[in-house]
Design a protein around this ligand. Structure first.
Ligand SMILES: *Cc1c(COP(=O)(O)O)cnc(C)c1O
Length: 496
């Protein structure tokens, strides 16, 4: 065995380069061919069938298989039964169709394989990421003191927001260094407030940060599913009077189910008054920054101490791609650790930038490239049009649905582009079961991928209209199928 035997597996050799061209071409052909004929959002296969197909798949080979053989398996057993997120009726979760320039960028990202932790692993990438962070900062009208980092998504960004909130608060109030000393003696009295519709990762972060889920106090929402800030203010007073120590409020800009946006300005006035950290979870709603028409819905976001934005939602980026921002870049110090081999302190003195100082990850992807290539190729104006279109589509869909006798819409005027509803009828019987039946039927006939959630402990259905290629006709077709499946459910009841 000679090391040149491996040339064809790697770039930077004639054999590798040639192999690369061919493999990429074959892969691209497979994808294009598939989408040329694909007609459904999903094959409809049952989970047990898909699992059997995967079980039958050899996951390794001794001598190495021909790439075309591997591709053939991928096509038949993986691509075929995948969820087709670019299909106009794939409208379940906050799960977007990826932009083509971003898919191309993924190839470059993987090829260059830069790592965003230290400058000597990401020479150009470090600076490009910083420019994109600055671009978002400008869009959100953040102050010059602000800074940010790319993350794996909203979960990581929310965790970072609460981590900085905790450490900043303990530093400010007790001169306590959590990084050095661990949690302060008073830790079990610290409280985080958010609305009852906030993302579950607020609680998950709280327990990971050693504060326990008990530290998260949920505030009721109003009829529009926005945090009731009058109750928030009362709750803070009540907690203080009870000997608890509120440290942070999380406002959500785009709740996962309804897309509702908490009153950020009013919340900021309250956090200012009480000296609390304000984190805005704009994982979903952050994309409104691209729209002149809807940007005002984020008013006050520049008052936040930290912000979560997801690019793998309505910025149409392939997973994963998110970001985290702080109003005052000095606060990143709460998570910086200097390692001699990676980011020694004396490098800072000579101006070398090591992005690991701002991240909880070490080895990290060059996701900034795909956002960059998308912004350049698509253009800000087209991004704005896509967002505006989907918001308009949701409004129109909700209007159509409000006129249907058997559909009950929860948010008749959607704030962004999610519509929550359920099928109902005069019997009012078994509605949870009936809606669950409809949801499954839509999936397993390949008609549409919609989402199922609970509102006030009852089963509801949801359209999340991120795709700018979904039309009102698509929605009407799905609604038609919904009434057919409801009838099927009734018939099934009779024959049983
Ligand atoms: C999606 C979402 C998250 C979680 O983000 P991931 O990217 O899935 O980790 C957090 N908060 C809100 C409001 C979200 O919509």
């Amino acid at each position: 065995m000679n090391t040149t035997d491996f040339d064809r597996f790697f770039l930077n050799s004639p054999a590798g380069n040639e192999n690369f061209q061919q493999i990429v071409l074959e892969t691209q052909q497979l994808i294009s061919e598939f989408y040329k004929t694909n007609s459904d959002a999903f094959s409809g296969e049952l989970p047990e069938v898909i699992e059997q197909e995967i079980d039958a798949l050899p996951i390794r080979s001794k001598e190495g298989d021909d790439f075309l053989v591997v591709l053939d398996d991928v096509q038949k057993r993986i691509v075929k039964n995948s969820i087709h997120v670019s299909h106009p009726t794939s409208i379940g979760h906050l799960h977007c169709p990826p932009l083509i320039p971003a898919i191309a960028a993924e190839l470059i990202i993987a090829t260059l394989n830069q790592s965003m932790d230290s400058w000597d692993q990401s020479s150009t990438a470090t600076f490009l990421e910083e420019r994109l962070i600055n671009w978002v900062g400008e869009k959100l009208t953040l102050p010059l003191s602000s800074d940010g980092t790319f993350t794996s998504g909203g979960t990581q960004s929310n965790y970072m927001g609460l981590l900085l909130a905790r450490d900043w608060f303990c530093d400010k109030h007790w001169n306590w260094n959590v990084k050095q000393q661990g949690l302060p003696p008073e830790f079990h009295r610290l409280r985080i407030l958010c609305s009852e519709s906030a993302h579950f990762t607020v609680k998950k972060s709280a327990f990971q940060l050693g504060l326990g889920e008990q530290s998260v106090i949920t505030v009721p929402t109003d009829i529009n599913h926005k945090m009731n800030t009058a109750i928030l203010a009362e709750e803070i007073e009540r907690l203080k009077a009870g000997g608890f120590i509120p440290m942070c409020v999380v406002a959500t800009a785009g709740t996962t189910d309804f897309g509702s946006i908490d009153p950020i300005l009013e919340t900021a006035a309250i956090t200012d008054e009480h000296g609390l950290w304000l984190h805005v979870d704009a994982a979903y709603g952050g994309a409104l920054m691209l729209s002149e028409t809807h940007f005002n819905k984020l008013e006050g976001i520049n008052r936040a101490d930290s912000i979560t934005i997801d690019f793998h939602k309505q910025f149409y980026q392939p997973i994963s791609c998110g970001a985290f921002f702080v109003k005052d870049k000095k606060n990143f110090r709460y998570l910086t650790h200097h390692a001699d081999y990676l980011n020694p302190e004396d490098d800072e003195e000579v101006g070398l930038v090591h992005l690991v100082n701002k991240s909880i990850q070490t080895t990290r992807r060059f996701d900034a490239l795909k956002l960059f290539m998308s912004l350049r190729m698509v253009g800000e104006k087209n991004f704005a049009c896509m967002i505006d279109y989907t918001v308009q589509l949701a409004k129109q869909a909700a209007e159509v649905m409000a006129h249907l006798e058997n559909i009950q819409v929860c948010n008749t005027i959607p704030e962004i582009n999610a519509v929550v509803f359920r099928y109902t009828d005069n019997t009012e019987e078994n509605l949870d079961e009936k809606n669950t039946f409809i949801y499954k039927k839509l999936i397993h006939t390949g008609t549409a991928l919609i989402a199922k959630t609970r509102v006030k402990d009852q089963v509801y259905l949801k359209f999340t209209l991120l795709n700018p290629r979904t039309t009102i006709v698509d929605i009407e077709d799905i609604l038609h199928s919904i009434s057919q499946f409801a009838a099927e459910y009734e018939d099934r009841g009779i024959t049983q």
